[in-house]
Design a protein around this ligand. Sequence first.
Ligand code: CP
Length: 324
Amino acid sequence: MANPIAPRANALELKSLLGTELLKIQQIQMLISTAFSFRQRADGGKPIPPTLSGKSAILLFFEASTRTRSSFEMAVQRLGGNAIVLTQQGSSAEKGETLLDTARTIQAMNPDILVLRHPSAGSPYLLDRELKLPIINAGDGFHEHPTQALLDLMTIFEMRKKIEGTRVLIVGDIAHSRVARSNIYALKTMGAEVSVCGPPTLLPPKIEKMGVQVFQDLEKAVLNQDVIMMLRIQFERLNSGQSPSRGEYARFYGMNRKLLKLCKPNVLIMHPGPINRGVELATEVADGAQSVILNQVSNGVLLRMAALHLLLGGEPFSWSEEIK
Ligand code: CP
């Protein structure tokens, strides 16, 4: 029997938010301006639209998460909805149920949206193809993490008032980073100048084809950058021999007070979290004046509210400034 939940027409003209690769400028602008307008409403004591009132969001998190999972839960609640979290541990995935069977089972309970974090690249695309339910990709393996990139762009815009022409350096394990991939796509779409720097074994082959400049020497790479995005070195995903030791990594690819002195005085230091303190980021930089890491976290709730609101048919809210 056909599932009664049909994909809704919405202002984003998307059934699901799977990645940033195919997002258009207008869709990125709509997501970010709606997120800013939610903050403006909250600050001005105006009500947040209860777009999810009487609705349920299933958060299927088959990988560890602090920020993404809790901010989606908070976003659902702030929009008046009900969030149900299912993790691999304790679900029937532990008994061998496939992801598709789990997702079909969930769909049969008629939730309104499914948020998926999963270690397999492409898994949200499979569910999007097989289910009528809208899907938000909360991170799929090495592939994409679209809401992270969008909250990062929101933070850059918040601090710099523009994205176009902004020089952004992404440092670290680019090969295994869904954050890097989603950011490169979204930043390039919005006209930023993107560079990457990392150990040669952790740079994907032909990365230049993504339209980025490649550096291997971090001291050269940081010069004249407006934003430096440090990535977590993902020791859990690396084969032995792919990465230098923690000490060597910190020495050649870590951001510390000495390196910060070579950067523009108003450079923004970003990190998606969680941080390996003393490896990719020294504590004095992570907690220093240039760091906007906690702004990223705060913006994550607003951006995820915007994504849920728009995908479920909420009207886009304009914001006082044009996002560009
Ligand atoms: N940035 C990010 O995805 O963090 P979590 O793994 O804590 O969700």
